[in-house]
Design a binder for this molecule. Structure first.
Ligand code: SF4
Length: 191
């Protein structure tokens, strides 16, 4: 599902503003904690693969972010899984990035997990804070939270895309995949 981009690992932090809220959240926790649990690594790692980060760049990215462990720990505990998700180990299945329905219907995050869909899994209070951090105006934050409250998670996400990108909603596809959010947002973000 690569979109033909060839994104270097150093470019990833600069692209986060074009990411959907679920991936922004994962990136933020990864940056802050220098770690993500398996569910988060899978959700974020496959998304990055989908935006055009190669396996080699991905290995460099995760190594840099997991900077509190030794190289040996990284190679033994994590590098295999990254190569595996690119189909280079084990059964050589080439895994696809997760869709919104897989993320929304999947295992809910427990304490210490950061995977999932914030519109589905975050408290209203946390969701409000996340939206404000993305520079969404207060009346739009309320509108988006109302969609989430009514269980219209993907509509809430599409509204967010509309406000972040400044693209009129008649030109936007409803979000059903995090990678489609990125494709439509990049490089139109106003922030
Ligand atoms: Fe991510 Fe999809 Fe939820 Fe948007 S609706 S935050 S893309 S899982």
């Amino acid at each position: 599902l690569s979109n033909g981009n060839d994104i270097k690992y150093q470019e990833i932090p600069g692209l986060v503003r074009y990411f959907p809220l679920c991936m922004k959240n994962l990136h933020e926790h990864l940056t802050f904690d220098n770690h993500l649990r398996h569910g988060g690594r899978m959700q974020y790692g496959l998304f990055l693969k989908g935006i055009g980060v190669s396996m080699d760049e991905s290995l460099k990215f995760w190594r840099k972010m997991f900077n509190k462990m030794t190289d040996d720990q990284f190679q033994k505990g994590y590098a295999y899984n990254i190569r595996h998700s690119y189909g280079k180990e084990g059964k050589r299945t080439n895994y696809s990035p997760y869709s919104c329905s897989k993320i929304i219907m999947g295992n809910a995050p427990s304490t210490g997990d950061h995977h999932g869909c914030p519109f589905r899994h975050a408290s209203l209070d946390t969701l409000t804070k996340m939206l404000r951090k993305s520079n969404i105006k207060e009346n739009h934050v309320t509108e988006i939270c109302n969609y989430a409250k009514e269980h219209h998670y993907q509509l809430a996400c599409t509204k967010m895309l509309e406000y972040v990108s400044g693209i009129n909603n008649e030109y936007l596809e409803n979000i059903n995949h995090p990678n489609r959010y990125f494709d439509q947002c990049y490089p139109n973000s106003e922030y």
